[in-house]
Design a protein around this ligand. Structure first.
Ligand code: ZN
Length: 564
């Protein structure tokens, strides 16, 4: 308690705003940022991180919310910028750990996030903000959502108004003047923000190494049509499930050539269902067929929209490539288009997927050999400089990128006559303290790596259905354990979070008896942790067995391992 008071005095004077990234700096994913003013905290995004190749056996990473756990009473609310996993995917793990607070998002972002919460047996609590609404007040903050173009509909940049100054939170965007869905960037809101003054622009900087402007979505439909005209076999397109515009483009082309469309993979079917319900996707009547009816049609009458463009293990496309998919078998006349980029870290998986497909004798088109079927959703230098020109900020702070991309961003801003000292490249956990006319660096919070299992990823149908039933019956138990990377030992008592379960009242009982069990097992395996996945599953197994034996219950157990 004394600790917390000290923290308040140190970090939140009334004439300043403190910005901290809990994830998303020096990495492309795991976006989570906080803005703090006068003892109130506004959170922006809560994403999952995808591990890099040095983290063996890691499925997913969570942002480190230790700081929020120490300051939870001060959280005023949260805003979400768009519906990508690296911006919303952490919520089901984070929400049970924090007290309730309002969460706001654009219509599709809210729908995708609420669906995700439901999957985890949590209440759908994200409130919808339509773009025509002026602004939403969250404590002393005011947040204006403005529409930008990106690779998922309803993407927003958010202007955060504070008594100290205004911040332009420019998460993922590009400036596409001819987006497929016709929903253009709201430039008038950007210039209005500039008129009111922008103290700092936090900008997406992933594309800062690419010259010029990012290409528009517009030409892609014609390219899909051209290939479809020539294709005599099944036309298979894999893209990110959330890229609804891309799915619509292929459907439009297929309608021209009388191909039926079939969605393959759990994640893509989920997004399709939400998009259709909300009017973001229109499939002509009678055009869609279920997987089980595929055999009734000839190959050249089919368009398959498939999940798994990143080569994820167990995804539909990987199983098709390996020849183990029950319904979809490849023929030599089939064409597979990977309408996507490789997310950094997935290079090995995607390349072996392309190899496996090529070995089957099908033609594969992917970004290294054709630019006709994918454009990036992130701005290049031109887009990034245009946003700087429009917002005219005093200070700049690149986000959502690797270190070298943030440095490249600084270069392009310096070319626009920004002083190097006004551009802040900071690490996760670093406090950046803004006053009306100046900026200084504050303290640095430790941001750890937190590992979780991929429970809602691609194509884990059976697993998930089983878990859903479990959830409804027995609730959910999250086990947080701190483990030393160097010794493999438990670094503190495991902490339990229990929701929707009859076990709720027995938290203390379980955690005290469980701690010893886990410690004993880990003590027997000393040495540097070489595979986090094994460690996490071991803890999951111990917990499940312990709760079953002692409390005769089978809740869904989610082990979360914090590397210390
Ligand atoms: Zn994004």
């Amino acid at each position: 308690m004394i600790e917390e008071k000290k923290l308040i005095a140190a970090t939140t004077p009334k004439d300043s705003v403190t910005f901290i990234s809990l994830g998303g700096l020096e990495e492309v994913t795991r976006n989570m940022y906080i803005y703090e003013y006068n003892q109130e905290i506004l959170i922006v995004d809560c994403g999952l991180g995808f591990p890099d190749e040095t983290m063996l056996g890691v499925d997913l990473l969570l942002p480190d919310i230790t700081y929020l756990l120490n300051t939870k009473k001060r959280i005023a609310g949260m805003v979400l910028t768009h519906g990508h996993e690296d911006h919303i995917g952490g919520l089901p793990f984070i929400i049970p750990q924090l007290p309730p607070f309002p969460i706001y998002a654009s219509p599709l972002t809210a729908a995708l996030t609420n669906e995700k919460l439901l999957e985890f047996g949590l209440k759908p609590i994200v409130q919808t903000i339509n773009f025509d609404r002026a602004a939403v007040h969250i404590g002393s903050f005011k947040a204006t959502f403005l529409r930008v173009t990106h690779s998922v509909p309803d993407s927003a940049n958010i202007i955060i108004h504070t008594p100290v100054g205004n911040f332009y939170h420019g998460s993922d965007f590009k400036f596409d003047f001819t987006p497929y869905d016709g929903q253009r960037t709201e430039f008038s809101k950007i210039t209005k923000a500039a008129e009111e003054g922008v103290l700092c622009l936090m900008s997406d900087s992933l594309g800062s190494e690419r010259l010029g402007f990012s290409r528009s979505e517009q030409g892609l439909t014609a390219n899909f049509e051209r290939e479809m005209r020539l294709s005599r076999g099944k036309f298979i397109v894999a893209t990110y499930s959330s890229n609804i515009a891309r799915l619509n483009q292929t459907i439009q082309a297929a309608a021209k050539f009388n191909r039926k469309v079939c969605f393959v993979g759990r994640s893509i079917i989920k997004v399709k269902t939400i998009a259709e319900r909300m009017g973001y996707m229109h499939i002509p009547k009678g055009m869609e067929i279920p997987l089980t009816h595929m055999h009734k049609y000839k190959d050249h009458e089919l368009l398959l929209l498939v999940a798994g463009s990143q080569g994820q293990e167990n995804s539909a496309l990987t199983r098709i490539a390996d020849g183990v998919h029950k319904e979809v078998k490849l023929g030599h006349r089939d064409l597979v288009i990977l309408s996507s980029d490789i997310i950094p870290g997935n290079e090995v998986a995607v390349n072996s997927l392309i190899d496996a497909l090529s070995k089957k004798g099908v033609r594969v088109l992917y970004s290294a050999i054709s630019h006709d079927f994918h454009v990036s959703g992130h701005g290049s230098t031109g887009d990034l400089q245009l946003l700087i020109s429009l917002t005219q900020p005093k200070f700049l702070l690149p986000i959502s990128a690797t270190y070298r991309q943030m440095v490249a961003y600084r270069e392009i801003a310096q070319k626009m006559n920004y002083d190097r000292r006004d551009i802040f490249i900071v690490e996760n956990g670093q406090e950046v303290i803004f006053s009306k006319n100046s900026v200084k660096l504050g303290g640095k919070h430790d941001v750890k790596n937190i590992y979780v299992d991929e429970v809602s990823g691609e194509e884990v149908e059976n697993y998930l259905i089983r878990d859903r039933e479990k959830l409804a019956r027995e609730g959910i138990v999250i086990v947080l354990t701190e483990i030393s990377a160097s010794s493999g030992q438990l670094a503190g008592k495991p902490e339990l979070i229990i929701r929707g379960s009859t076990l709720q009242g027995m938290r203390e009982d379980i955690s005290s008896s469980l701690g010893g069990k886990i410690e004993k097992e880990l003590n027997a395996r000393t040495g540097k942790v070489s595979n986090w996945s094994h460690t996490r599953r071991l803890i999951g197994d111990i917990t499940e067995l312990h709760i079953l034996k002692k409390f005769h219950s089978r809740p869904l157990v989610l082990p979360v391992v914090i590397e210390v």
